[in-house]
Design a protein around this ligand. Structure first.
Ligand SMILES: NC(=O)c1ccc[n+]([C@@H]2O[C@H](COP(=O)([O-])OP(=O)(O)OC[C@H]3O[C@@H](n4cnc5c(N)ncnc54)[C@H](OP(=O)(O)O)[C@@H]3O)[C@@H](O)[C@H]2O)c1
Length: 272
């Protein structure tokens, strides 16, 4: 839908892509509910967005929710429905990078919960409200890594492949309703999400990094379009297509990525 008709519930609003997206949506005419985990930060961010974009303060709401807490997901759905949200953007996410054997089991679970289970449960809770709207959208902020698995990203890719599968199946399930489900696949983006180790890996493999403001414009373009998916940047768009057709063709292309990973923990290497 066009931005002026959109009342956007935006998770992960305080992050790099979240803040840039809120600004782009507001400038385009949308009304935005910032969702985050820190009340003082959200209040300050709302004031900053009003200053930055010059919009009326009534167009920027904020609500607290920790998406790892089932009770927060349920209360966020009630608040979003009461507020009249008609676009739900699942943007909150956790990073995971490194050799699988070095990842802590609790972190693996947190990544899958934040990136996949929370968006599914929140969509489920808000769906009755969305289905009652003249038009509504659910936008999943995934990743290029939700369509191409790269060394170092086994768990992160699993979460984003899962999110993409969720978006695709739900889009088809809801095809005769007024709810449209979309998936955005940014490539690496310069935010606090990426550690120094990721930046070094990107330099070593020649992987480009976008500014969050570019990703925000892609999100806005996706929301205003009928497209099912939108991937960001070349050669990633091409690689997504090729990988979808014949993933094994690309297996040999990522040896450099594998060699560019930080070394695995020595104690674990001894067992490998
Ligand atoms: N940066 C990249 O390279 C890149 C590339 C492709 C896709 N993406 C995707 O883009 C999205 C935004 O990433 P970003 O780069 O903006 O990352 P970011 O700056 O680290 O922001 C992540 C946001 O998620 C929120 N969040 C994490 N766990 C949460 C929880 N349990 N409850 C509520 N909020 C939670 C964070 O809240 P707090 O501020 O409270 O921690 C933060 O606002 C993510 O889904 C990410 O997977 C990022």
């Amino acid at each position: 839908m066009k931005a002026p008709q959109a009342r956007v519930v935006l998770t992960g609003a305080s992050g790099g892509i979240g803040h840039a997206s809120a600004a782009a949506l507001l400038k385009a005419g949308a009304t935005v509910m910032l969702v985050g985990r820190s009340a003082p930060r959200l209040a300050e961010q709302a004031r900053q967005l009003v200053r930055e974009t010059g919009v009326d303060a009534s167009r920027v709401e904020h609500r607290l929710a920790d998406l790892s807490r089932p009770e927060d997901l349920a209360s966020l759905a009630v608040m979003a429905a009461g507020w009249g949200g008609n676009v739900l953007v699942h943007n909150a996410g956790l990073a995971s990078f490194g050799h699988l054997q070095d990842l802590r089991p609790a972190d693996v679970q947190a990544v899958l919960h934040t990136n996949l289970i929370a968006p599914m449960l929140l969509t489920q809770s808000l769906l009755p409200h969305l289905l009652a709207q003249a038009r509504a959208q659910v936008i999943c902020v995934g990743s290029a890594l939700g369509a191409i698995g790269l060394p170092g990203y086994s768990v992160y890719s699993a979460s984003k492949f899962g999110l993409r599968g969720f978006a695709q199946a739900l889009r088809r399930e809801l095809c005769e309703t007024a709810v449209q489900v979309q998936y955005l696949g940014p490539r690496s983006t310069r935010t606090a999400f990426n550690s120094e180790a990721v930046e070094a890996y990107n330099r070593a493999t020649g992987s480009a990094m976008d500014r969050p403001e570019q990703v925000a414009l892609e999100l806005l373009a996706l929301m205003e379009s009928e497209a099912a998916e939108r991937f960001v940047g070349y050669p990633e768009k091409l690689a997504v297509r090729l990988n979808g057709l014949a993933p094994s063709w690309l297996d040999g292309s990522f040896k450099k990525h594998s060699r560019s990973l930080p070394p695995a923990a020595p104690a674990l290497l001894a067992h490998s």
